[in-house]
Design a protein around this ligand. Structure first.
Ligand SMILES: *Cc1c(COP(=O)(O)O)cnc(C)c1O
Length: 821
């Protein structure tokens, strides 16, 4: 017994010899492979030895949380866009060097093996990537926060470009096995109900009304845990992802009656729930399966949290003091109703007791002002699929409207506007989230302001104290230390290593502005990173680009509000200038695009086609040469951004003002020393404040101006008054970029010329083109550009998610920091 205990507490060693031996053990005995061929088995063996070292601290972290029972935070999100994990986990464990050496002794190269890791693409874009950055920062800050999400079998689709068109291919990221980082935790399996009906009883002893949800279909929720390590601090937090399966493999009765097919079909229907991520960004799908996914996440997670609570507590008296839930957009807002259901129906708390708990534990983050992204669900569908949660929502609304009536007696119009149940028989999820939460936040200063003034103004008047701002961020561990090793080295040498967990250290770089040797290294690193990006471009699309050109980059989801079209119009303008010989003091440019369009979003898909067609004309015109290249990098993803951001000179953040809630791509570029051309939108406002207005290429209408213009916008005015714009429109209209595909861009032309163009692309054309010319001139002044590049990094510290998470914690969650020993 004594001996066993000694073995169990002995720490696993991470010296080169042990790592080498462990690696070979996994490869040979666990996977049954040898070193002969380079393949994913080596990657898997490598991940297993890294995971072993995480599991040890994972257990310690879990034990600390259980024994100290601190207040816990739960981040509920339908998306976690993680990408690869190996490099990040090695960095956080601090064993990159040893692993590299161990592999080298075996004739392998860490950098090559790393490339084999498949992205965990369980998200669409910014919202999902934010969740991944948040849990990284929470672990580094030693905050007891757990992520809850879904283990989609198919993540974000893989994008292929064929003849200039986007083709979607399924992302079967789990391959034929499992995700090597995860641990299956079948002992925490939960049951989630759908359908059936509600039956009410009066308890004869207490006289209280009891509701039973009966005859429901039951789906199993199986948790898979992913370790989320902090930076060199022994904290390993948990991301718990739920997988759906049928409650019984075969319903024997149906099987015996010959309903074999129905039995298997029912199994499929259950498993469908976590089959695939909905690929819509900033628009809702409205599909029943999506609603099932949302409830599945919320119900399984809350049951899990409540069950854990009951293992250590015998009442709910201080549940609210010890738990807090952050809802990542309205996608998990059914949590409000589900926690009520659990507390009232299962734990037999009174409505008022339960409501007091819900409204002091739920916090909601809004991510968008776009009307097409605001979630509603038909009440009829909710009644059929979730009869009991829907009853609860109706009761919440009844009581809520009484409160509205008290505050504004007789104001029927306001009651109608604010009702959680809309006039078209829809449930307004954002209103449910606001009514059920003690905190409502936007994700950048401007966005939070616009929420209070516009979309949620009625609610702001009722509950001003609920509203607050939490400007987004990104983690510098992934987006600088891991993605930009050259920069990391230079920073470590120049200002020490503490910036990795304290980004404010970056301000020390300002002292280096006049240091010639430092500036030279800065330029060398940028050039190397541009070479790396040029290689990616060569590999992916077989276009040779010159790393001495200005790399002008717009990568993000393709969406009209993000205005890739405006960028495309500028490129056509540059092409026109080259063709007419207007090229004095020309700055060579590579215009780089990347991004996926939602498969059902025709206009966005057409924009991809247009960019590719422009690229084809421009790149093959001998008059153009290196003056201008246009590249569309297929399958934009976290791992491609890790190459793109460090290799960028100019970051395009050109959304119509008032439409981009925050943006986080803008922050990744800034940290890596890119300059920004952008509108006063989302976090661009704060980026410009941080770097200094003279160091930011600002253009375009403000949000107020855009709002004022809506309804009396006349694009023809802009065409009539601008020869450059006329020339651009003429090339589009004569079909210069679609000579063998007549008419295919008609919808784009029409969208630019209609009074109803919400995105007001042509309104900003002139100021955009002029500011682009200034950016091109600035690039020619190499010394000045280097200064601006250094300043961007030096002044980017406020955009670390470490800062964001500290603010969530100080102002919303109020969790203690738990040091894991
Ligand atoms: C950062 C990131 C985004 C968000 O980009 P925005 O420019 O803020 O829209 C989307 N997708 C991926 C893969 C990212 O890394």
């Amino acid at each position: 017994m004594v001996k066993q205990k000694a073995v169990a507490t002995k720490e696993i060693m991470s010296d080169v010899d042990t790592l080498e031996r462990d690696f070979m053990h996994y490869l040979r005995y666990h996977l049954g492979r040898e070193l002969t061929s380079k393949d994913e088995y080596q990657l898997t063996a490598l991940i297993y030895i890294v995971r072993d070292r995480l599991v040890e601290n994972w257990k310690k972290t879990w034990d600390s949380y259980q024994s100290q029972s601190p207040k816990r935070g739960y981040y509920l999100s339908m998306e976690f866009l993680i990408g690869r994990s190996l490099r990040n986990n090695l960095l956080n464990l601090g064993i990159e060097g040893e692993i590299g050496e161990a592999l080298e002794k075996l004739g392998l190269e860490l950098e090559e093996v790393e490339q084999l890791e498949i992205d965990a693409g369980l998200g669409n874009g910014g919202l999902g990537r934010l969740a991944a950055c948040f849990i990284d920062s929470c672990a580094t800050l030693q905050l007891p926060v757990m992520g809850y999400g879904l283990r989609y079998e198919y993540g974000m689709f893989r994008q292929i470009i064929k003849d200039g068109f986007q083709i979607e291919e399924p992302d079967h990221w789990l391959g034929f096995g499992a995700y090597p980082w995860e641990l299956k935790r079948s002992e925490y399996t939960r049951i989630v109900k759908f359908g059936g009906y509600c039956r009410s009883y009066v308890n004869p002893k207490t006289g209280l009304l009891i509701v039973h949800w009966e005859d429901a279909e039951e789906v199993l929720a199986m948790p898979f845990d992913v370790p989320i390590p902090g930076y060199k601090n022994k904290t390993v937090n948990t991301l718990r992802l739920w997988d759906a399966s049928a409650a019984e493999d075969f319903k024997l009765t149906e099987f015996n009656q010959g309903s074999y097919f129905e039995a298997v079909a029912a199994k499929n229907e259950a498993e469908n729930i976590t089959m695939v991520l909905y690929p819509n960004d900033s628009s809702e799908s409205g599909k029943e399966l999506r609603l099932r996914q949302q409830y599945f996440l919320v119900s399984a997670s809350l049951q899990d949290i409540v069950a854990n609570w009951e293992r250590h507590n015998d009442s709910y008296d201080n549940f609210a003091e010890r738990n807090v839930f952050q809802l990542n957009d309205t996608h998990p807002s059914l949590a409000v109703a589900e926690l009520m259901r659990i507390l009232v129906d299962e734990k037999r708390l009174s409505w008022d007791e339960a409501w007091a708990i819900v409204t002091t534990t739920m916090a909601y983050t809004n991510h968008t002002l776009l009307p097409e992204a605001l979630e509603t669900w038909p009440a009829a569908l909710m009644n059929r699929l979730l009869p009991r949660p829907m009853q609860i929502i109706e009761e919440i609304n009844r009581r809520f409207l009484a409160q509205v009536a008290m505050k504004w007696p007789g104001d029927i119009d306001r009651q109608r506007r604010m009702s959680i149940l809309g006039g078209q028989g829809e449930v307004r999820m954002a209103y449910l989230a606001i009514a059920g939460s003690f905190s409502v936040n936007g994700v950048a200063a401007l966005h939070s302001q616009l929420l209070k003034e516009g979309l949620f103004n009625d609610f702001y008047q009722l509950w001003p104290h609920k509203f607050n701002n939490k400007t987004n961020g990104v983690t510098q561990r992934r987006w600088m230390a891991a993605a930009n090793p050259g920069l990391r080295q230079l920073l470590d040498k120049t200002i020490g290593e503490s910036w990795v967990t304290d980004l404010s250290q970056l301000s020390k770089l300002e002292k280096q502005l006049t240091n010639k040797a430092f500036r030279k290294k800065w330029d060398d690193i940028k050039l190397q990173n541009k070479q790396r990006l040029a290689e990616l471009i060569k590999r992916e699309v077989n276009i040779k680009v010159d790393p001495n050109s200005m790399f002008d980059v717009q990568v993000k989801r393709i969406h009209e509000y993000k205005r890739q079209l405006l960028n495309a119009l500028h490129i056509i303008h540059l092409y026109n200038r080259i063709k007419r010989g207007d090229t004095d003091n020309w700055t060579n440019r590579v215009m780089i695009f990347g991004g996926k369009a939602a498969p059902g979003y025709d206009m966005a898909k057409l924009v991809i086609k247009l960019i590719n067609n422009i690229a084809k004309v421009v790149n093959n015109d001998p008059d153009v040469g290196d003056k201008l290249k246009v590249v569309f990098i297929p399958n934009y993803s976290v791992s491609s951004m890790e190459v793109i951001a460090p290799g960028t000179d100019l970051s395009e953040q050109i959304s119509t003002a008032g439409k981009e809630a925050s943006g986080t791509g803008n922050m990744k570029f800034m940290m890596n020393g890119a300059l920004t051309i952008g509108t006063l939108d989302g976090a661009n406002v704060e980026i410009r404040e941080a770097v200094g207005e003279e160091n930011f290429f600002l253009f375009g209408l403000t949000a107020d101006q855009a709002l004022a213009k809506a309804g009396r916008y006349n694009p023809q005015d802009y065409i009539d008054n601008d020869h450059d714009l006329q020339a651009v429109m003429r090339l589009l209209e004569v079909g210069h970029f679609n000579q063998h595909e007549p008419g295919i861009f008609n919808d784009i032309i029409a969208s630019l010329k209609t009074h109803h163009d919400q995105w007001m692309v042509l309104a900003d054309f002139r100021s955009y083109v002029d500011m682009q010319a200034k950016a091109a001139d600035a690039y020619q002044d190499k010394e000045h550009w280097t200064t601006l590049s250094i300043l961007n990094t030096a002044r980017s510290s406020v955009f670390s998610t470490d800062r964001t998470m500290e603010q969530y914690n100080d102002e919303i969650w109020k969790l203690p920091k738990i040091a894991v020993k």
